[in-house]
Design a protein around this ligand. Structure first.
Ligand code: AMP
Length: 215
C-alpha cells in the first residue's frame, strides 16, 4: 500500500502516519524529519534547507524530489510506504507520479486530515518535541515531564524553531497557497479521502483504519 498523508501543519498527519505505518508494517517517511536530521548533522543539504525551514518556507522542489526518489527505492519500501509532508506542491505530486509510473506503480490513497485554523495555531505553538527520538508532546494536552527529558528516550524536549507563532502563521499561509491545490489534483485522480482531525488521536486512527480495512 502506498499512501500520502495530506493536511496543514498541526493536523496530526505525522502522528497518524507513524501509527498507520506500524499497523501496515510499512515505513512512514517524513520529509520534515529527513530535513531536520540533515540540518542537525550540518550536511550540504541541511545547510541549504535550513534557510528555508527557519522562515517556514518550502525548500525547493528539485531538492526534495531527489531525496524522496532515493528514499522510496530503498528495500524497506518494497511493500509500500506512507509519505508524510510530501508532496507539498503540484510539481512535487507530478514528479511522484512520474517516479512511480516508471515501475508501473501509483499512489493508492491520499488521506487528508482536516482541522480548523484557530485550532492549528494553538496546537503548533504549544507543541514540543524530543530532539532525539521525535516524540511529540503538547504543553496543554500532553505536557512534557518537569525536567524536560523525554520519557521514551531521555532526550531533550524542545520547541521546534519553526513552531513559533510568527513562523506558524507563515507555514499555514504557504499551505493554503502551495499545498491546498493538491486536493484538487488528487480528487481528479479519485484518490482523496478526507478525515476529521479534531477528535482524539485514537478516534482519528480508528476512522482511518476502518477506511483502509474496507479497501
Ligand atoms: P514538516 O515537519 O513536515 O512540517 O516540515 C518542516 C519543514 O521542512 C517545512 O516547513 C519545509 O520548510 C520543509 N519541508 C518538509 N517537507 C517538504 C516538502 N515536501 N517540500 C518542501 N519543503 C518541505
Amino acid at each position: 500500500m502506498k499512501l500520502v498523508m495530506l493536511g496543514a501543519p498541526g493536523t496530526g498527519k505525522g502522528t497518524q502516519g507513524v501509527r498507520i505505518s506500524k499497523d501496515l508494517n510499512i515505513p512512514n517517511i517524513s520529509t520534515g524529519d529527513i530535513l531536520r536530521k540533515a540540518v542537525s548533522e550540518e550536511t550540504k543539504l541541511g545547510i541549504e534547507a535550513k534557510q528555508y525551514m527557519d522562515q517556514g518556507k518550502l525548500v525547493p522542489d528539485e531538492l526534495i524530489i531527489g531525496i524522496v526518489d532515493e528514499r522510496i527505492r530503498e528495500k524497506d519500501c518494497e511493500n509500500g510506504f506512507i509519505l508524510d509532508g510530501f508532496p507539498r506542491t503540484v510539481p512535487q505530486a507530478q514528479a511522484l507520479d512520474e517516479i512511480l509510473k516508471a515501475t508501473n506503480d501509483n499512489i493508492d490513497f491520499v488521506l487528508e486530515l482536516v482541522v480548523g485554523r484557530e485550532q492549528l495555531v494553538k496546537r503548533l505553538t504549544s507543541r514540543r518535541v524530543c530532539e532525539s527520538c521525535g516524540k511529540v508532546y503538547n504543553v496543554i494536552s500532553n505536557p512534557p515531564p518537569a525536567d524536560s527529558k523525554c520519557e521514551a528516550c531521555g532526550g531533550n524536549i524542545i520547541q521546534r524553531s519553526d513552531d513559533s507563532e510568527e513562523t506558524v502563521v507563515n507555514r499555514l499561509k504557504i499551505y493554503e497557497e502551495k499545498t491546498k491545490p493538491l486536493k484538487e489534483y488528487y480528487t481528479a485522480q479519485d484518490k482523496l479521502k478526507e478525515f476529521d482531525g479534531n477528535g482524539t488521536v485514537e478516534d482519528v486512527e480508528r476512522s482511518i483504519r476502518e477506511f483502509l480495512e474496507h479497501k
